[in-house]
Design a protein around this ligand. Structure first.
Ligand code: F6P
Length: 367
């Protein structure tokens, strides 16, 4: 088979590199197959509303280095369970998936490229089961997707977090303070661990290992006794204390759809440390700075490779799949193998071993 007209949407939280994918899909479809490309706006919401824009080689010519997504995105709004607050305050849940399939058909598309993380790809898989020819492209700064070595957006986020850590190192050292950097990573600590290693953090706390505050204190004291009163702590937003709960943002209540809002564990940790140690503690929450801005070269190349490969897969009719990085190649994996699964850092991974072997404290007794 070949392709004449394809659609693309970006879903979930944005990240650097989305536009590189949109550009690659558009160029490969046009140049290799003479196909038309339709951009669906606002993630799956565009499939409900029918809001689209035609993408051409010309209209995408300047977007390779641009952060965000020119199509817009949302990390709420699952068409299968769309929750809305009614005027009388009640919550109504509607299944708009039939309407979305109808829009897809009316658009006369041969394929739908769904660019997203675990939640978006899960929805993509549900649409595939409803007969929509879907091909997934993996995206998320969290790097927590199964079956791909890396997701694009991750390396850029790691670099941003590492740069922040470099700056905290100098101010922390000057003032003899404990500096805490809170980064994203709700279920997995990939950003915290990689950026923490890259930026020379002394303590790294990740969702995969519940931290024991006494271990953290011991490490800080050990450094103080050894003549280094300053310490740098990297903490993922989803990290939690032994037996404790994930720290949620105060405004987290009331969100109708999408992921729960995390944030604040860095401040929580600061309070715990200040109670026990006579050192000043300061917390920085890096937040969405990790998601915005221009992709680094790794993410530009990865996004471009995934986009171009996905177009070839569409032309071969290989639907219900996702383009993935299996170093050094891009390969196709089945969407059904990813649905609803999150890739956390394995506790016996080399990365964890590496961190502990060079004396980084992960909030537990080193193994
Ligand atoms: O999933 C990506 C992510 O950046 C998470 O790390 C973070 O918890 C979440 O999105 C934040 O989402 P929002 O943009 O809704 O604040």
């Amino acid at each position: 088979m070949t392709i004449k007209r394809v659609g693309i949407l970006t879903g979930g939280g944005d990240c650097s590199g989305l536009n590189a994918v949109i550009r690659a899909v558009t160029r490969a479809a046009a140049i290799q197959y003479g196909a038309q490309v339709i951009g669906i706006e606002g993630g799956f919401e565009g499939l409900i509303s029918g809001q689209t824009q035609e993408l051409t080689v010309k209209s995408t010519k300047d977007i390779l280095t641009l952060g965000g997504t020119i199509l817009g995105t949302t990390n709420k709004g699952n068409p299968f369970q769309y929750r809305e607050r009614m005027e009388d305050g009640t919550i109504k849940t509607t299944d708009y998936s039939g309407k979305a399939v109808e829009t897809f058909k009316n658009l006369n598309l041969d394929c739908l490229f769904v660019v997203g993380g675990e939640g978006t790809l899960e929805i993509g898989y549900q649409f595939f089961k409803k007969g929509v020819p879907v091909i997934g492209i993996p995206k998320t700064i969290d790097n927590d997707l199964e079956r791909t070595d890396y997701t694009f957006g991750f390396q850029t986020a790691v670099q941003v977090a590492c740069d922040a850590l470099d700056r905290l190192q100098t101010t922390g050292r000057s003032h003899d303070r404990v500096m805490i950097l809170e980064v994203m990573g709700r279920n997995a600590g990939w950003i915290a661990l990689e950026a923490g290693i890259a930026g020379g953090a002394h303590i790294i706390l990740i969702p995969e290992i519940e931290y024991d505050i006494q271990n953290v204190i011991r490490k800080i004291m050990l450094r103080k006794k050894g003549g280094s009163p300053f310490s740098i702590i990297m903490i993922a937003e989803g990290a939690r204390e032994k037996g404790g709960a994930t720290v949620k943002a105060e405004e987290a209540q009331g969100r109708l759809q999408g992921v729960e809002k995390l944030g604040g564990v860095g401040f929580h940790l600061a309070k715990q440390i200040e109670k026990q140690i006579d050192l000043e503690v300061r917390t920085t929450v890096l937040g969405h700075i990790q998601r915005g801005g221009s992709p680094n070269s790794f993410d530009r190349v990865l996004g471009t490779r995934l986009g171009s490969f996905a177009v070839d897969a569409a032309a071969q009719g290989k639907f219900g799949t996702m383009a993935a990085l299996k170093t050094p190649d891009i390969v196709l994996v089945d969407l059904k193998d990813l649905a609803g699964r999150v890739r956390t850092i394995s506790l016996d991974s080399q990365l964890i071993r590496c961190a502990e072997s060079i004396g980084i404290n992960l909030g537990r007794e080193a193994m």
